[in-house]
Design a protein around this ligand. Structure first.
Ligand code: ADP
Ligand code: MG
Length: 763
């Protein structure tokens, strides 16, 4: 800590005081609950409404009591003390840490209801569609009890349904959907096309995942730009290259490059003098590199799956299919070519937004997660959020075993299979967390050969998610999952109806097995947290090998000599300290990347605010017509005979088109600059300073260029009673949009890169 000791002490003292105060409030709410329980629903609602004065909850005890009564009546759950305390912390705008399985869904809904009662619209932000839909439906009776409305936004909703959903007082939605709706709303040319309604509060579930892990990568909206596809010939040539000889993959598995013999081979097969000549470097070499990246680094069933002749990208940090996402800059086409699929048309970036920017749009941000404390530094540094720790309601009865560490992946995988077979023979349900689709399938296959029935939960069968999760805690059940089950899933002992609960408790509850440690301890703890909900018994254990990615990357510069026992085990205090150290290193790398990304994004974020304001002005006023007629009075005079509405709308459409285009050009340019900034930075200036200098310089032209191009279009395009004919002028907006998966997210990629080999790693 050091220099900031006083700061942390002061924060601690403040937190203690808050804690005491909220405990008193909760204690008082008990009596209030007893008296409200005698009243009918309408009277309870009335009491809740009266607890609000001038936009704030003045009488917190009565408010909590009313929610407790409603929750009891409508959901059959009486909020625990700790849950009520958590609600108060959320209403104060904190991130609460509350262990997995302690009932954050109810806490979030109660706090959201509180905000809604004070007239604020809440976005309850989740990590995926499944949880958004599940929680909205589950909590609906509670919210509606108070005459408030609740909805969920999921990927499959069309614009009209979304517009409807966003009007609710409380909207459950995955962070991606919220972000992309913001971006899409920034492409409209008439206010009536807006999908989102303004919201006052973002209440973020799994806050560390959303605000820290996901925040590494900005959301990118792209549109189609026809006619740019790489050739199949290059793909074929590259397909025959051999790892180690013709190309080399970097230790961290994130970059690949041709060796000298490899380059010579490609040159020969393509009939070129040099790949690196002036003529080829910006064209053929780019395509060769894309094809090589696609071949060597993007692996089927780890990074993507192929369904019905189409690529579906897998979001590795969530282990599920990322809908409407593509890889940027020709990479998508390169992978499609590699798989022999129809190559989709090229595209361009239309707009981007970072999670930080997205959150800045909400006057109030608060959140909840089981693993906030470890992310405190990021939550404070990037969002100015404080963390409150909430106690467990009941003592934890899960036993967290020490890691079992093996010298090689082979030894480890064998031991994993044996452990599952052993646990299964007692009838104890087992949940195995793997890192990717391929690993989950390989393990399931081997277990099935051993006569064990396995439920596989991964990106390929997420439709069955609810059923698989519901069954996962039943006697004798074995579930092999990717990180899909890592967050938010609520696994009840003895099946969904808890019919066989006693039998499962007797067998020790749910056993959770991790097949390798994750890049952050937070993810490990999330997986462990699937067991031991609400004081249930349970078990968790992680298997680790010195071949694992985390160990190899985190311990890159260090060597460790080990003496494996006959079964390959190497665990000793020294080795487990080393593994823990490696994980801390990878965590540190993530934090570093995050700070860097943050610094690069900051300036663009500020520029975006300026563009947003300009956009709003053009949309909401007649400014576009005024500006254009000032600059081209003769043209304005020609159009005087048209309806005012038509003229104004045409001018608006023209100016918005060019503003958006100019901004997109700016983003694309800055993207290129960022790629090459290390080459450009001149002596004594850091790359970041140089990047900022260029961004400021280039931004000056953005508005200017947009106006000039608009004047040209205004003069030249056909404008009649139907409005401006942009398409005829070759100025169509993209007809399709999608989002980019930016592949440099260090959280993606498998936990165990050995998987990329051929064959089943568990055999
Ligand atoms: P978290 O999000 O904190 O991991 P969930 O909201 O998924 O936890 O809840 C876990 C389980 O606890 C659910 O099955 C829920 O029904 C149960 N639960 C939560 N609060 C209560 C309560 N006050 N009384 C009884 N059961 C509860
Ligand atoms: Mg949850």
């Amino acid at each position: 800590m050091g220099a900031f000791d006083w700061f942390w002490k002061a924060m601690g003292a403040q937190a203690d005081r808050n804690d005491k105060k909220s405990k008193t409030v909760v204690d008082n709410s008990r009596e209030a609950t007893a008296s409200l329980a005698a009243l009918d629903d309408a009277a309870v609602t009335q009491a809740a409404r009266e607890s609000v004065q001038e936009g704030v909850i003045a009488d917190k005890s009565t408010f909590l009591a009313a929610l407790a009564v409603a929750s009891e009546r409508k959901l059959g759950m009486h909020p625990f003390h700790v849950q009520s305390q958590a609600v108060l912390r959320l209403l104060e705008g904190d991130v609460i840490q509350m262990a997995t399985g302690e009932g954050k869904t109810l806490v979030g809904a109660m706090a959201a209801t509180g905000f809604a009662l004070t007239g604020k619209r809440v976005h309850l932000i989740t990590v995926n569609d499944y949880l958004a839909a599940r929680d909205a439906e589950w909590m609906r009776p509670l919210v509606e009890f108070f005459g408030l409305t609740v909805s969920s936004v999921t990927e499959k909703l069309g614009p009209e349904q979304r517009r409807e959903a966003y009007r609710a007082d409380i909207v459950y939605a995955p962070v991606n959907e919220v972000g992309f709706d913001v971006l899409r709303d920034n492409q409209i040319t008439d206010r009536s096309q807006t999908v989102q309604a303004p919201a006052d509060v973002a209440l973020v579930d799994e806050a560390d995942s959303v605000l820290v892990d996901e925040a590494l990568v900005p959301l990118v909206l792209a549109g189609n730009r026809p006619g740019e596809a790489p050739t199949g010939h290059i793909t074929n040539v590259v397909a025959r290259l051999r790892e180690g000889l013709d190309y080399q993959i970097s230790e961290d598995g994130r970059t690949v490059h041709l060796t000298e013999p490899g380059a010579a081979r490609v040159e020969k097969e393509l009939g070129l003098d040099s790949l690196y000549s002036e003529d080829n470097i910006g064209t053929v070499l780019v395509k060769v590199n894309l094809a090589l990246h696609a071949k060597a680094l993007l692996i089927r069933d780890i990074h993507y799956i192929v369904v019905d002749g189409k690529l579906q990208l897998i979001d590795a940090s969530r282990g599920r299919v990322a809908d409407l996402q593509r890889w940027p800059d020709g990479l998508q086409a390169a992978v499609e070519a590699k798989e022999g699929l129809e190559v989709s048309e090229g595209g361009r970036i239309l707009d981007t937004i970072t999670l930080q920017e997205l959150m800045r749009r909400y006057p109030v941000v608060c959140g909840m997660t089981g693993t906030a404390v470890e992310a405190t530094e990021q939550l404070t540094q990037f969002y100015g959020l404080g963390v409150s720790v909430i106690d467990r309601n009941k003592e934890l009865r899960r036993f967290d075993e020490a890691d079992r560490i093996f010298a090689t992946a082979e030894d480890k995988n064998r031991a994993i299979v044996e452990e599952i077979v052993e646990l299964h023979s007692t009838g104890q349900p087992v949940l195995v967390g793997t890192h990717d689709v391929a690993e989950s399938e390989a393990l399931a296959e081997v277990l099935q050969e051993r006569g064990i029935e396995v439920n596989v939960l991964n990106a390929k069968n997420d439709a069955e998610e609810a059923r698989i999760v519901a069954e996962a805690g039943d006697v004798g059940r074995v579930t092999v999952s990717t990180q899909m089950a890592g967050r938010g899933t609520d696994i009840k002992l003895g099946g969904a109806d808890e019919a066989d609960r006693a039998a499962v408790v007797e067998r020790g509850g749910l056993a959770v097995i991790g097949t390798s440690r994750h890049r952050t301890a937070r993810l490990d703890n999330q997986l462990r947290g699937r067991a031991g909900r609400q004081g249930d018994p349970g078990l968790s254990v992680f298997f680790v090998s010195l071949d694992d990615d985390v160990v190899r990357q985190g311990g890159e510069d260090e060597s460790l000599s080990v003496q494996p026992s006959p079964d390959g085990r190497v665990d000793s205090k020294r080795v487990s300290d080393f593994v823990a150290h490696c994980q801390r290193v990878t965590e540190g790398q993530l934090l570093e990347i995050h700070s860097q990304t943050w610094k690069y994004n900051q300036l663009l974020a500020d520029q975006r605010v300026i563009i947003d304001e300009r956009r709003a002005q053009l949309l909401d006023t007649d400014k576009a017509w005024e500006e254009l007629s000032q600059r081209a009075p003769e043209r304005a005079a020609e159009l005087e005979h048209l309806d005012k509405d038509v003229r104004v709308a045409a001018a608006r459409e023209i100016m918005l088109y060019h503003l958006d285009l100019s901004w997109a050009d700016h983003l694309e340019l800055m993207d290129d600059v960022r790629e090459s900034i290390h080459l450009r930075a001149i002596a004594r200036e850091t790359p970041l300073t140089e990047y900022h200098r260029i961004a400021v310089r280039e931004f000056k032209d953005v508005a200017q260029r947009a106006v000039e191009d608009s004047v040209t279009t205004f003069r030249e395009a056909l404008i009649d009673a139907q409005g401006v004919h942009m398409e005829d002028a070759g100025l169509a907006r993209p007809s399709a949009t999608w989002t980019y998966m930016v592949s440099d997210n260090p959280l993606t990629g498998s936990g165990n890169s050995v998987v990329s080999g051929i064959g089943n790693i568990f055999r």
